[in-house]
Ligand binder design. Structure first.
Ligand code: SF4
Length: 648
């Protein structure tokens, strides 16, 4: 068999009901869909029945890597857990991006990905090694928390192995259950519950298979350019009380551009933390309750990790509870917990326990925020309109009243928009540091930002936040690039490398990802060709969205409060360091977005422009046959036509 560069060449299909396995050649999908999200989306489109519930045995659970995992490509070791999400509302396609070393180990075990269906008769775990699968009894692991499970599996299978497992939340089918792996890596969107529904406690991978690289010298050259671009990068460690950094714990093959590290807490606990949402999950509540920040948020995150609960969704649940109390919809009696204690350690300990055991308000909360809104009733679901998108993501993050471009991401994306929002806002956050400190803490001036915009986002217009002009083109480009990134499965914190502390002009290089892909696979992708792979999968995702009931323009909506409520405050970093919401405007002059709303007529115009650029029907937002054919998705047209998803 000819060498397949970047891949083992095999994915494994496992039916846990029958124990049957089947090898699937990776090459069947790689040519059109590259890897990662591309593979997941195609398999989902082909195989998932819209009527199959997320927690039904027939619902496939996928673990998928990209072509760079297992090679020396920088920050290319991540992987996805995916399928139908029980957490999103209604149940629909979802995926969680996971760090750590499992993706690399899966390939070392001989597999590019896993497609798991069925339900084992009793708790099992999968042990993959050297191109073989063993289904092992997990009776002794069932009931253990994630930390204990990972430790036991590590002891049983040695240092060369990595496991992904669930905790009590996944076993009890709590919809916000996640899958946990090494070094604090986790995958959300409820896939811990999907594992639980299959009686699958864990998957362990180990082996020695090497991944061949087509052009090792080219790969070395791109890696060394990346290292020089990030030289001097400032690692901002989590700003939480009582933490001491013990050591950095980067994902395999990453020079650690992010603050992922092992931290010691004043209590003596040592755990990995990243400077992301998970570490701040309880931060604001802790501040409110104690009148100052304490060391408790670290322990709150530990608790969630231990149970295998998603901290992102726990944050949404806390918001919902707080809003419900203020509206008088929930009381201590009806909830079964003293709600005035929210922010204390005792409160979060009791609440998480109630969620896991589905006691009191825990029964509604175990279903996730969107479903809890409906379960509490009396108009509680209305409270969510100012916090959650219709699928169940946080609607306040980098919101469109502040950043106009982001309105198109929120309107057209049913899965998480976070990486698209990050592409717009990561450079802006650095600019805010420059602006707020008169350049003392960051060199990313308005001029640097405008240069980045020319290189990455078509023109300086992209960072003129006073106008809707040109934003549709930028949003399209960003979405294509972000989908291409998810096919490649590279780290969102790292790519695209828009800002570069090691470059004389502080601007990065948009060609890095396409060159990594070309060097590893030996198939030539220029920058535009690489984005085309993203555009293809974005269109495939649009079809899945349509199939699951979110069809065309009528469903490309954003939350109403963007149009009606003025932008007055923002709780996160951007609000604290930039309370007047200053941003670059025309010709780099500064403007303030304080008091701004998203203008409805301008939004609709921007949407039409966006459809035209995408080659979709401007009136309905449906995909056109010609566009699908050009994107090599002609095989999907008959299925899409049956569901009224194609405009001729
Ligand atoms: S930047 Fe951080 S999360 Fe991303 S690959 Fe590197 S260590 Fe992992």
């Amino acid at each position: 068999m000819a060498t397949m560069y970047g891949w083992t060449g095999v994915m494994l299909r496992v039916n846990l009901t029958t124990g049957e396995t089947q090898s699937v050649p990776t090459a069947e999908l790689a040519e059109r869909f590259v890897g990662g999200r591309g593979f997941i989306s195609k398999i989902y489109w082909d195989e998932v029945d819209t009527n199959t519930a997320a927690l039904h045995p027939d619902s496939p659970l996928m673990f998928m890597t990209g072509p760079l995992a297992g090679t020396s490509a920088i920050a290319g070791s991540r992987w996805f857990i995916a399928g139908k999400s029980p957490l999103l509302y209604p149940e629909q396609f979802g995926l969680g991006s996971v760090g750590g070393s499992f993706g690399v180990k899966l390939k070392a075990a001989g597999y590019d990905g896993l497609i798991i269906t069925g339900k084992a008769a009793k708790p099992v775990y999968m042990y993959l090694h050297d191109g073989k699968l063993e289904l092992k009894d997990a009776a002794g692991l069932w009931g253990l928390d994630t930390f204990a499970t990972l430790e036991r599996l590590h002891k049983a299978h040695g240092d060369a192995s990595t496991a992904v497992c669930i905790g009590p939340a996944g076993e009890k089918l709590v919809r916000l259950a996640l899958a946990m792996s090494d070094h604090g890596a986790c995958g959300g969107s409820g896939f811990g519950a999907v594992m639980g529904s299959k009686n699958l406690k864990a998957v362990v991978a180990a082996g020695a298979q090497k991944i061949s690289v087509a052009r090792p010298e080219d790969l070395k050259a791109v890696n060394s350019q990346i290292r020089s671009l990030i030289e001097g990068k400032i690692l901002m460690d989590p700003n939480v009380e009582g933490l001491e950094l013990m050591k950095r714990t980067p994902c395999p093959g990453c020079p650690s551009g992010c603050p992922r590290g092992l931290y010691k807490h004043v209590s003596g606990r040592e755990e990995v933390r990243k400077n992301c949402q998970s570490v701040y999950m309880y931060y604001l509540w802790d501040m409110k309750y104690h009148g100052e920040s304490t060391a408790d948020p670290f322990l709150a995150t530990s608790l969630a990790n231990r149970y295998g609960l998603c901290t992102q969704e726990l944050g949404n649940l806390l918001y919902f509870l707080d809003a419900s109390v203020k509206q008088g919809l929930v009381s201590d009696d009806s909830a079964g917990i003293a709600l005035s204690q929210m922010g204390s350690l005792e409160f979060i300990e009791r609440l998480t326990d109630m969620i896991i055991s589905r006691k009191g308000i825990g029964e509604a909360l175990a279903e996730g925020t969107m479903r809890a809104g409906h379960a509490v009733g009396n108009g509680a679901e209305k409270l969510l309109e100012k916090r959650m998108t219709r699928s169940g993501f946080n609607a306040e993050a980098y919101n469109p009243r502040y950043f106009i471009t982001n309105a198109l991401f929120y309107a057209t994306e049913s899965t998480s928009t976070m990486n698209q929002l990050h592409e717009v806002c990561f450079p802006i956050m650095k600019w805010v540091m420059w602006y707020a400190t008169d350049g003392a803490m960051a060199p990313f001036s308005t001029e640097v930002l405008r240069n980045i915009a020319k290189k990455f986002w078509l023109s300086e217009k992209a960072v003129d936040f006073s106008t809707y002009e040109g934003k549709a083109a930028v949003a399209t480009l960003i979405q294509n690039r972000e989908y291409a990134k998810e096919n490649l499965v590279v780290c969102d914190f790292f790519y695209p490398l828009t800002t570069a502390d090691g470059a004389a002009d502080y601007t990065g290089d948009p060609t890095l990802e396409s060159r990594l892909l070309s060097a590893v696979t030996g198939i030539e992708f220029d920058e535009a060709g690489y984005y085309k792979t993203g555009e293809r999968v974005f269109n495939l995702q649009r079809a899945i969205q349509g199939q699951e009931g979110r069809v065309g323009r009528k469903d490309d909506r954003v939350n109403e409060f963007y149009f009606t409520d003025k932008m007055e405050e923002e709780a996160g970093f951007l609000g604290v360091f930039n309370p007047d919401f200053m941003l670059p405007g025309p010709n780099g002059e500064l403007i303030s977005r304080k008091g701004a709303v998203l203008e409805r007529d301008q939004f609709e115009k921007m949407l039409e422009e966006y459809y035209a650029i995408r080659g979709w029907d401007v009136k309905t937002g449906l995909q056109k046959r010609k566009t699908l054919e050009e994107l090599k998705l002609a095989d999907m047209i008959p299925g899409m036509q049956k569901q009224g998803l194609v405009a001729e």
